[in-house]
Design a protein around this ligand. Structure first.
Ligand code: UD1
Length: 434
């Protein structure tokens, strides 16, 4: 089994180029099958989640072609005929974003039968809001045996949908189903994340009529068909934030390129509160830190608040600040499982309900760690890069779901991090990395 071997202690310095946003890509790749014409999507991150979704799309009859490592051509013409609209395979059950195929297929064919989503285990992640939205548009939705969601409609008719909870996935999924519905749909209390705007922009490029994405009221006027389009995905806010946290934890100096600084404001402002310097340019940010870090309070919230997907990374940096910090998770339950791993490195963290109370320590020491989910894995990598000695991070398949060439990017910044797959290669790493 592959592991990351990391020897920490070097300040990370240099430049890193951020990939396309994974969570935008998942919505956009699903949306691309809603036309029979070709869509060419650029800046698709080459991570296992996007490759998994593309495999599933291919398995239901779409044509998927990589033009280069980050550019994918998708043509949904082959889907309806022979392959049926049933999505269930070893691939699709691995990712939670498989739920976007329900909205996309229901929107286009008025029928979808998709295996229930998997993804990271970070507490109960229901899809009741997605289902309620589809039903409000006129679909009948059943959870059928084998853990599949079956949705069907004679006709989808635009409607008024109020979301009880702000949900990224439900907002995108309802938008997908509504673009080809009859008439007008209003989604109130919609999520406002940058990737919602990106999916809406892509759908509009395909001929949809969506207004208000990025605010809490999205209005969709149904159109009769969508056409092919070319589109480039926005940069990944969370990958960028992870490298920002890494710069601060290792007291380094990193120029993070291909970002939209506005999307990073919640993260930048917390790092500045902690004593880091963040300089914004048009499409890059430089993050620097030296000396002592100050403690602070962080609470995760829907965008433009502090992203839950950065909670573990910022908490890791706060473990190295002088004094007591509190990190409160308000989106997901069960998102503090990485805390036990940090404790093995010397961190002092107490979890009380949905808050982690962190007492800063001077140093982490290397340890053998297990990634419990994607972002927890990234946080452990940050901790290991800041630690004294060698660490080993297990279960890196989680990290590979969302970080492209993570070890290579870290090495280019002067970090000592390699993928090893045996005790022998780990020993070799230990001898080499000093
Ligand atoms: C998406 C992101 C994930 C991120 C999360 C919050 C993708 C593929 N994943 O996940 O990386 O951590 O947004 O920013 O984009 N909820 C319900 N009922 C529902 C749907 C959600 O109660 O039908 C609840 C969830 O349990 C959670 C909250 O709403 O407590 C927010 O979840 P949501 O925004 O839907 O997250 P995801 O779309 O799963």
């Amino acid at each position: 089994m592959e592991q990351y071997a990391i020897r920490g202690g070097n300040p990370l310095e240099g430049e890193v180029v951020i990939a396309g946003a994974k969570n935008a890509a998942l919505g956009i790749l699903a949306a691309a099958i809603m036309t029979d014409e070709e869509c060419v999507i650029e800046n698709v991150p080459f991570v296992s989640d996007t490759r998994t979704l593309l495999k599933a799309i291919e398995n239901i009859g779409a044509t998927v072609r990589y033009i280069d490592r980050h550019t994918v051509s998708i043509c949904g013409r082959g889907i309806a005929s022979d392959h049926g609209l049933s999505v269930d395979d070893e691939y699709i059950r691995k990712i939670r974003a498989s739920y976007y195929l329900i909205g996309a297929l229901l929107g286009k064919y008025k029928y979808a039968n998709v295996a229930l989503p998997g993804g990271c285990d970070i507490g109960s992640r229901p899809i009741d809001l997605h289902i309620k939205g589809f039903e409000t548009l006129g679909a009948t939705v059943d959870i059928v045996s084998g853990g599949k969601v079956m949705a069907e409609a004679e006709q989808l008719v635009g409607s008024h949908i109020y979301m009880d909870t702000v949900s990224v996935g439900a907002t995108i999924n309802i938008m997908l189903a509504a673009v080809l519905a009859e008439g007008k749909t209003t989604i109130e209390n919609a999520a406002k994340e940058p990737h919602i705007v990106d999916v809406a922009n892509f759908l509009n490029t395909m001929g949809a009529n969506i207004k208000g994405a990025g605010t809490d009221v999205i209005r969709v006027r149904g159109v009769s068909r969508l056409h092919g389009a070319e589109y480039s995905i926005i940069p990944d806010q969370i990958e960028a934030g992870t490298f920002m946290a890494m710069a601060v934890a290792t007291r380094g100096n990193i120029l993070i390129k291909n970002v939209i600084p506005k999307h990073l404001e919640a993260i930048s402002s917390k790092l500045v509160e902690m004593g880091a310097r963040v300089i914004e340019y048009d499409d890059s940010v430089r993050v620097m830190a030296d000396g002592a870090l100050r403690p602070t309070q962080v609470k995760t919230l829907p965008y433009p608040g502090f992203p839950t997907d950065m909670q573990a990374q910022i908490a890791t940096v706060l473990c190295l600040a002088e004094g007591t910090s509190v990190v409160t998770e308000s989106i997901f339950e069960n998102r503090f499982r990485y805390v036990n791993e940090l404790a093995r490195m010397g961190a002092k963290v107490r979890v009380e309900g949905n808050s982690a109370i962190i007492t800063g320590v001077r140093q982490f020491t290397g340890a053998t760690l297990t990634a419990s989910d994607l972002r927890a894995g990234a946080a452990l990598v940050i901790a290991a890069l800041a630690a004294e000695g060698v660490s080993v991070v297990d279960d890196i398949r989680y990290v590979k779901r969302g970080y492209e060439d993570f070890d290579e990017k870290v090495r280019r910044l002067g970090g000592q991090m390699e993928v090893v797959d045996s005790e022998r290669s780990l020993q070799k790493f230990k001898l080499r990395a000093v």
